[in-house]
Design a protein around this ligand. Sequence first.
Ligand SMILES: Nc1ncnc2c1ncn2[C@@H]1O[C@H](COP(=O)(O)OP(=O)(O)O)[C@@H](O)[C@H]1O
Ligand SMILES: [Mg+2]
Length: 279
Amino acid sequence: MSLVSDITPRKISEENLLRLNEELTAARDQALAASRAKSTFLANMSHELRTPLNAIIGFSEMLVEDAEHLGNRQMVTDLGKIRMSGAHLLDLISTILDLSKVETGKMQLEIVEFSLPALVARVSAMLTPMIAKNRNMLAQAIQTDLVTMVGDETKVKQILFNLLSNAAKFTTDGVITLGVEHEVDEAAGRDDIVFTVEDTGIGFRPDQIDKLFQDFYQADMSTTRKYGGTGLGLAIVHRFCRLMGGEIGVSSEPGIGSTFRVRLPRHLVAEPHNEVPAA
Ligand SMILES: Nc1ncnc2c1ncn2[C@@H]1O[C@H](COP(=O)(O)OP(=O)(O)O)[C@@H](O)[C@H]1O
Ligand SMILES: [Mg+2]
């Protein structure tokens, strides 16, 4: 008799645990399916969203020119705002779509051999207005014997552009340094290019580091109010690094500055390291 009363509660709790486990598994599967459906929807919407936006941007550009010819300055200013907002929205949508493409495993790599000095020159040129805006200086520290790299040039460019534009945004009257180095570790079988983006800006606290690479994360609400942005730049940088078999690290001190360090294989051969959630 005593035996039965001993076992019954344990049996019940075991059954409870089993049931709970099943419920949790079902809930997780549902959440994963919903997340995949969301990403697939976004990826499929790409064309639908971009086409009308490109029309808005294109036609407002034409109207700006017309208004310039007519000498209507107020109109030029207002139409310029429409064009700028359109471009901003397109940029935002492209980033969200890129993120969902990586998540659904649809992001492809386009591997080519490209010149590192030429890439650095192009990225620097793109950033000139942004660097000048807060009276910053852009310095380059590129290992002189570095010539080419084999990888997805567009994605490497996007990584550098995002990191450098953050540096320019969060630094005033400072120096931003872009470094490119070759690192070989024969024992580990590694041959990498290491890009560093160092700034003398506002920096952030060590406890914020883990969160920086999450979607939509910004250090605090005042950041959003003061600097704008969406908190998606570093999320995409992180995804792209992983996709190309690389990694990103960061160190920072509030009020002193930040250093982002991206390590990518010098010869990318593999298929994309897509993060498809397990079924
Ligand atoms: N160079 C930097 N210096 C200081 N803070 C930075 C720097 N880069 C990124 N951050 C912090 O990380 C957050 C996320 O960056 P990011 O994903 O590019 O988003 P966004 O630039 O749209 O705010 C920023 O809002 C900011 O708080
Ligand atoms: Mg950013």
